[in-house]
Design a protein around this ligand. Structure first.
Ligand code: BES
Ligand code: ZN
Ligand code: ZN
Length: 515
């Protein structure tokens, strides 16, 4: 689907379906905004008609289809509600685009236009960006394994073009840039969704590493993949232990973005941010095996890695002016004769030892190696890890927000703000000294679980042992990485959460200042 901009009078829009969004109308005096009245006159007054009959008030869940007379260039007009103007934000606009496309698909429209709403609350380029993002996210489908996905067998033909129509006097270049960037970002989020939706029989650690290298080549990132021999040489005991039960060997992927023109310092000593993703391509629990109900969803236990791969794609495409390293620690957690066991003591990359009390707490083991490696190798200004880490976080926050923990208030605050702006809410969970102490071991330096209490925070407490003083934040996306409740911009399955949050954070980050 092509997303494009047209600066034109709406009545000039020759599309199969033209969506006309309206804010909630005044109940007593439901008069149309002037730009719509002009259009309506050209269409023979049908819109006013619908409103006079009381069939449309502009509420957020309303959509009414109107068939204009033969003079109209648009074949169908869709009146679509936007709710109260003072509540309108980027998320409402993203959903508006998604809802418009859904209605258009139902009518088998191939070309869709949307008359962009204007509100003083939001600058026009931001409106355009939100609508473009909503369109790309809303038309995402994971259908590559369906026989009937394309061509004349398809249940609905594909929408070819989505045109954002802005009125005559708008300034095109900033709108065009905003749309281009928003599409690149949403495409990157869709890439993350694809990776997480892909089943574990195809999305193995090796396959994930291949996708990351291919993507890196395409957008101009450096990329290095560590195989088992290199992981052994580097003493990555955590990643190796988790991966040793599977015939699909583990990998660590390092992607590097270092723009020619960037922030402070030379290309060699620029402040660096490390993004680290948990990439468990299937989490059966290992020897501490999970119950079978819902286990199939554990193919998305690499959603943190998917978010990092997606974010790195966007970071390169949008030319974010910082050095950013994306690390993916990927392995498959299976029970077998070669699997690691409860009671095993493993030596991690950092040199610390861990007694494995539960092989299902594997994410923290692979992350700990990646964090320690990133910290020593890059001495980053900040590190952020993303992981489907704990069922406890899913219970605490559900799908309503990503768990946010760390050792640096300014960094956490910045991520919280990025969450608000991007629509990917991150909510603070505590990380007390007690949570860290709970992870101390008796026969090894650490244990990998500490009972059921405060499971999200004790997992954070474990990770904290591998980051020292470096500003670090941990995003637990166990509840937000996957959904069974579809929305207009999110079908069931992988959400690609984290991509927008991380990219938003990085586009506001200023090195040198407290993060
Ligand atoms: N991948 C799971 C966490 C998870 C659960 C993600 C549900 C998404 C949805 C993780 O590896 C895990 O199994 N964690 C255990 C830790 C426990 C053994 C301390 C958990 O949360 O039950
Ligand atoms: Zn697990
Ligand atoms: Zn896991």
């Amino acid at each position: 689907m092509q997303v494009q901009l047209k600066i034109q009078a709406p009545r000039q829009s020759a599309v199969d379906l033209l969506a006309i969004p309206l804010f909630r109308l005044d109940a007593k005096k439901p008069s149309l905004p002037k730009r719509i009245t002009t259009l309506d006159r050209a269409l023979g007054g049908r819109i006013q008609d619908v409103i006079d009959r009381g069939d449309f008030r502009g509420a957020e869940d309303e959509a009414v289809l109107v068939y204009p007379d033969a003079k109209s260039k648009a074949k169908r007009i869709l009146l679509i509600g936007l709710g109260k103007e003072d509540k309108c934000d980027a998320e409402a606009l993203r959903r508006l685009a998604g809802r418009s496309l859904r209605q258009a698909r139902g009518k088998k429209a191939r070309s869709v236009g949307l008359l962009c709403p204007i509100t003083r609350r939001i600058p026009n380029p931001e409106i355009a960006a939100a609508l473009a993002a909503g369109a790309v996210l809303g038309s995402y489908r994971f259908d590559r394994y369906l026989e009937k996905k394309k061509g004349k067998n398809a249940r609905h033909p594909e929408i070819r073009s989505f045109t954002l129509v802005f009125d005559k006097l708008s300034n095109a270049p900033p709108l065009r840039r905003a749309i281009r960037d928003a599409v690149a970002l949403a495409d990157s989020q869709n890439l993350a969704r694809d990776l997480s939706n892909e089943p574990a029989n195809t999305m193995t650690p090796v396959a994930l590493a291949r996708v990351a290298s291919k993507m890196s080549r395409e957008v101009g990132l450096k990329c290095h993949v560590m195989d088992v021999a290199e992981l052994k040489r580097r003493k990555m005991g955590g990643i190796l232990a988790v991966g040793q039960g599977s015939t699909n060997p583990p990998r660590m992927v390092v992607m590097e973005h270092n723009p020619r023109r960037g922030t402070a310092g030379s290309k060699k000593n620029r402040p660096t941010i490390c993004l680290i993703g948990k990439g468990i391509t299937f989490d059966s629990g290992g020897i501490s095996i999970k119950p079978s109900a819902g286990m199939h969803e554990m193919k998305h236990d690499m959603s943190g890695a998917a978010a990092v791969v997606g974010a790195m794609r966007a970071i390169a495409t949008l030319k974010i002016p910082h050095r950013v390293i994306g690390l993916v620690a990927t392995a498959e957690n299976l029970p077998s004769a070669t699997a690691y066991r409860p009671g095993d003591i493993i030596r991690m990359h950092s040199g610390k030892t861990v007694e494995v009390l539960n092989t299902d707490a594997e994410g923290r083991l692979v992350l700990a190696d990646a964090l320690a490696y990133a910290n020593a190798r890059y001495q980053p200004a900040a590190m952020i890890d993303v992981a489907t880490l704990t069922g406890a976080c899913m219970i605490a926050l559900g799908s309503f927000g990503t768990g946010l923990m760390g050792n640096d208030e300014a960094l956490s605050d910045a991520l919280y703000e990025a969450g608000k702006r991007s629509g990917e809410c991150a909510w603070p969970l505590p990380l007390f000294e007690g949570h860290k102490k709970a992870m101390r071991g008796s026969v090894a330096d650490l244990v990998n679980v500490a009972g059921r209490e405060a499971g999200a925070s004790t997992a954070g407490g474990f990770l904290a042992a591998f980051v020292d003083e470096t500003p670090w934040a941990h995003l637990d996306i166990a509840g937000t990485g996957w959904t069974n409740k579809p929305t207009p911009i999110q079908p069931k399955g992988a959400t690609g959460v984290g991509v927008r949050l991380l990219v938003d954070f990085l586009s506001h980050w200023k090195p040198g200042k407290p993060v």
